[in-house]
Design a binder for this molecule. Structure first.
Ligand SMILES: Cc1cc2nc3c(=O)[nH]c(=O)nc-3n(C[C@H](O)[C@H](O)[C@H](O)COP(=O)(O)OP(=O)(O)OC[C@H]3O[C@@H](n4cnc5c(N)ncnc54)[C@H](O)[C@@H]3O)c2cc1C
Length: 223
């Protein structure tokens, strides 16, 4: 999507009459029979395992057991919140913080957990929720309006999706949000226990008030 204000098209690959499918159905089921793939359900990654500063596996909680798996290559993909939490539990982060949790430091990276990005999104329903939803023939392209919110800072580009959405409430809706939020929050461990979810602080102070953006979006809807 171009960074400047405008109204680019948005390619769509979903028809309104088709259900959305899960990642499991789309990717895992077709690959389940591969001889080089082993899926371990209900496994919670406790920490990465190291030889020196080389990652050689993972320590995982499966049921009541802690199991160690080794591998030539480890890909950490537990998403924006749990990937840094696993890194911190594994000794990658600011050494003084790691030591305060009794975690053996491995690699000093002071920014782990310091770049948390939140993307607020507000849905504005257009239909009457009490009337039955009509099927929408979704076109192959939608339309996105992109503009500044008018707030003093220039880092608050908002997105105004004007395509034929079918919202969870089954009524057509617009979504308004920040495409490129610049505010950054923080993530901290509460403890070294993998069952203890990390503490999050979404610092949205650099964003304009979301109400301001919604008011502008409502104006666009009327126009
Ligand atoms: C509301 C919403 C709507 C979206 N819509 C779209 C869309 O329409 N199209 C699109 O392309 N993308 C969409 N996305 C983005 C898309 O979902 C992500 O980009 C994609 O799922 C990222 O895949 P991933 O494998 O990196 O992370 P995920 O799919 O989140 O997988 C991470 C996995 O790690 C697991 N995990 C976390 N911690 C641990 C641990 N300690 N031990 C073991 N496992 C752990 C989690 O349970 C999770 O299963 C949407 C996202 C959201 C939130």
């Amino acid at each position: 999507m171009p960074p400047e204000p405008g109204a680019p098209t948005l390619p769509r690959s979903m028809r309104a009459t088709d259900p959305r499918i899960t990642t499991n159905d789309a990717y895992l089921e077709p690959a389940r029979g591969r001889p080089n793939l082993r899926i371990i359900a209900g496994a919670l990654v406790y920490r990465l395992e190291w030889v020196g500063q080389r990652c050689v596996g993972v320590r995982v909680v499966v049921g009541n057991e802690v199991v160690r798996y080794t591998a030539g290559e480890v890909v950490l993909c537990a998403r924006a919140i749990h990937s840094p939490a696993i890194l911190l539990r594994s000794g990658v982060g600011p050494f003084d913080v790691l030591r305060s949790f009794g975690i053996a430091p491995v690699v000093e990276l002071s920014r782990v957990g310091q770049n948390l990005c939140e993307q607020p999104l507000v849905e504005i329903g257009l239909g009457n929720p009490s009337s039955p939803a009509k099927p929408i023939a979704a076109p192959p392209f939608g339309c996105v309006l992109r503009a500044g919110s008018g707030a003093p800072s220039d880092d608050d580009l908002s997105m105004f999706s004007a395509e034929n959405w079918v919202s969870p409430s089954q009524a057509p809706a617009f979504w308004v949000g920040f495409v490129d939020p610049r505010s950054r929050g923080r993530l901290r461990l509460r403890s070294s226990d993998p069952f203890d979810d990390p503490w999050l602080e979404f610092d949205c102070s650099r964003m304009p008030r979301i109400a301001h953006v919604c008011a502008q979006a409502r104006g666009w809807c009327r126009a």
